[in-house]
Design a protein around this ligand. Structure first.
Ligand SMILES: Cc1ncc(COP(=O)(O)O)c(C=O)c1O
Length: 393
């Protein structure tokens, strides 16, 4: 019996080697990866630039110093993030929930600075922001929250893509200091915000002096064809929490601020022992440079469109919707489909199911079109067999 705490329903497979978009298990079986460790392995596996940068950093002997000292790798990573986000200041941490926790603290501090004693943050139904007490309270899923009450106060929930609900809230709630939105909800089932909705939300924030927090932990960093989803909508938010794909697999998180949120945190307001350590920062610089140099954002769009179109062209009864943006792909079925994950593993394909009935693909950004065709060649027969098996049952 394993002593690993039983917090995940794990698949009976262990991957021990990887190259490009391919993984091998302990028995030597080869798999095509359409999940990237849930949007983490941006550059796939054994990417030469990332591997060599990290190896050099390890060989230097300095994996960690402390934020009590200057960290040149951290400065280089922050410069790159400032350039691609268009924002000003980066706080480094180690995960998505930490990036969101920092964003929530910025929103509260911003509210207090403006004389609001009990600041509130507007959050969305079906959102996922993490599993710390504050971030699970911000999350719009009872499943995530149940058993951990009392929840952290100060979140007001509205449906996604419903501007009127936010307008009504603005008209009677004087405590709001920020809106926090995942522009494409990942865990919630690849639910895409309309771009005019995001622009409308931004206009409400501007009118009332609220912060706009764009949680791009899953959807950001090139996956949708631009660095960030808010760039498709054509405006700049105030706070952008990042993690997952930021360092190609090395644990890292970042809370990026600018505009109204610039300068809100002062020395002593926040901290993290490991945040911004030289190893993770080397991963950030190598990953962001490779995305840019290898034009991986363009690839992400081609691959995502190809997979969606090929599956759409099958016209399969049982497929309720096919959606997403770039290499964020959701295939909603008319029935629960968790067992498809293992069926696909048997067929040598790695993907995931979220929100009970949405097949989710988040391929590494290095995937090419031939590999994308291979994804559908493996997926479609498994899906057809599943739909028949389930219909017959
Ligand atoms: C949008 C979003 N925010 C936050 C998180 C939490 O990130 P982590 O698991 O690194 O804490 C996730 C993780 O799935 C996420 O998708």
């Amino acid at each position: 019996m394993s002593h690993v705490m039983n917090t995940y329903a794990r698949q009976p497979v262990a991957f021990v080697r990887g190259e490009g978009v391919w993984l091998w298990d302990e028995a030597g079986k080869k798999y095509l990866d359409a999940l990237a460790g849930i949007a983490v392995n941006t550059l796939g596996y054994a990417h030469p630039k990332l591997t060599s940068a990290l190896s050099k950093r390890i060989q230097s002997g300095v994996l960690h110093t402390s934020n009590l000292f200057r960290i040149p790798d951290q400065e280089a990573a922050a410069d790159r993030i400032a350039e691609i986000t268009g924002l000003d200041e980066v706080f480094f941490c180690n995960s998505g929930l930490e990036a969101n926790e920092a964003a929530i603290k910025v929103a509260r501090k911003y509210g207090h600075d403006r004389g609001i004693a009990e600041p509130a943050i507007v959050v969305m139904e079906k959102a996922f922001h993490g599993r710390s007490l504050a971030t699970l309270s911000a999350t719009g899923s009872r499943k995530v929250q149940a058993g951990f009450e009392p929840l952290v106060q100060g979140f007001v929930r509205v449906p996604l893509n419903d501007l009127e609900a936010v307008r009504q809230l603005a008209s009677h709630n004087r405590n709001v200091s920020a809106v926090m939105v995942e522009p494409i909800q990942g865990e919630g089932g690849i639910n895409v915000s309309r771009l005019d909705y995001l622009r409308g939300l931004k206009a409400i924030c501007d009118e009332h002096g609220w912060l706009f927090i764009s949680d791009e932990v899953q959807c950001g960093l090139g996956r949708t064809g631009k660095w960030f989803v808010y760039q498709h909508a054509g405006f700049q938010p105030d706070v952008v929490p990042l993690a997952k794909g930021l360092a190609g697999g090395v644990p890292v998180g970042a809370c990026v601020v600018g505009n109204r949120a610039k300068g809100v945190f002062k020395p002593g307001n926040h901290g993290s022992t490991f945040g911004g350590n030289p190893l993770a920062m080397t991963g950030v610089v190598a990953t962001l440079d490779a995305i840019k140099e290898e034009k991986l954002m363009e690839r992400a769009v081609k691959v995502g469109d190809l997979i969606r179109n090929e599956i759409r062209n099958q016209n399969l009864p049982g497929v309720a919707d096919i959606r997403g943006m770039g290499s964020m792909i959701g295939i909603e079925l008319d029935r629960p489909c968790g067992e498809l994950v293992l069926d696909c593993l048997h067929a040598g394909l790695v993907l995931n199911v979220t929100a009970d009935n949405v097949v989710r693909m988040l391929p590494p950004l290095v995937m090419n079109e031939a590999e994308a065709r291979e994804v559908t060649a493996r997926f479609v027969p498994v899906l057809k067999a599943f739909l028949q098996k389930r219909a017959a049952a």
